[in-house]
Write a protein that binds this ligand. Sequence first.
Ligand SMILES: Cc1ncc(COP(=O)(O)O)c(C=O)c1O
Length: 369
Amino acid sequence: MRFSDLTARIAGEGTDAWIVHDLAVARQLRGDDVILLSIGDPDFDTPRPIRDAAIAALDAGRTHYAPIGGEPRLRDAIAAHEARTLGIPVDPACVTIFPGAQAALYAVAQCLVNPGDEVIALDPAYVTYEPVFQAPGATLVTVPLRPEHRFHVEPDVVARAITPRTRGIILNFPHNPTGAGLTGAEAAGIAALCRAHDLWCISDEVYASLTFDEPHVSVLVQPGMRERGILVSSLSKSHAMTGWRCGWAVTPPALARHLDHLARAMFFGVAQFVQDAAAVALAAHSPDLEHIRASYVQRARTMVAGLAHAPGRPGSRAARAHRCTLLQTASRPAWRDAWCAPDDAMRPPAQRPGASVRFPPSTIRPPFP
Ligand SMILES: Cc1ncc(COP(=O)(O)O)c(C=O)c1O
């Protein structure tokens, strides 16, 4: 039997990333003492008030089809949440709800690019960007984030990657995996490129609430972003809700209409009880969230401090300002071996380079969520 060409475009490294995770989970289920570091899944339970809201919604019969683009209550809550985060007004009509940021990214790519188009991403990059943009036939063109530049984006380097086929740039700040943030000047530089070359700017901000020492800066507040900027986010990391599958895209109204059509064709809306709980998650500030966040800060500091004093200390370029670190192990193979299990032998800790992100050679990321 024959399959579509799409099946080849969505396979590859992005899919392989889950293999190590699945192996590790299988070993855990067999009772092996495996520490899972492979996927960015918080080890905290979703806070109790959010779980209670879902239970109450189920008991109230909220088990039917939801409006395709999202429940009005949740779209209002997301618009208010993003308006607070960005510091600009956000219209609920521009919000479309998806089963996670991942689905939002996929849908956005389907509605923006054609075969032969190019999209610029920053390397190292969250590994599923490649299949997401390859699915509709586009090519992901990567621009390096250089360690000597603290993994910050350099708009002049991005500019050199723009061709007549470029349709957009995808940013992800706070950045997975380096932890780097965005400065106002960098955001202005990227926005200027998007205006000058008529490009879409997709901003994946799933880690926006997990900046530690510096405030979150979004490219979407820059001039011109109202008509070409796309915000993708979710509750997965911020509220320890990975398994609930609840994310969103905030887009110009015309794109929101196309996304609604795609959602209609593809998944027919996110479960009502999930959306009710998500609205509670965004409206009520649970002390559990502060506890989760404080734990991440503590873990990051412990890791950075521990590495600083470790014997045979690796060339650590820890981006302390944000949520995680990237370690350079080029000159320290022993460190790499200690942290990275071979694909076929999952021994704790279950981490390998490239488990959920595309890594530069000789680096590993001790993962936070
Ligand atoms: C940068 C980035 N974007 C998107 C996602 C997908 O998140 P979600 O669970 O909301 O689909 C992840 C998950 O690890 C991520 O790291």
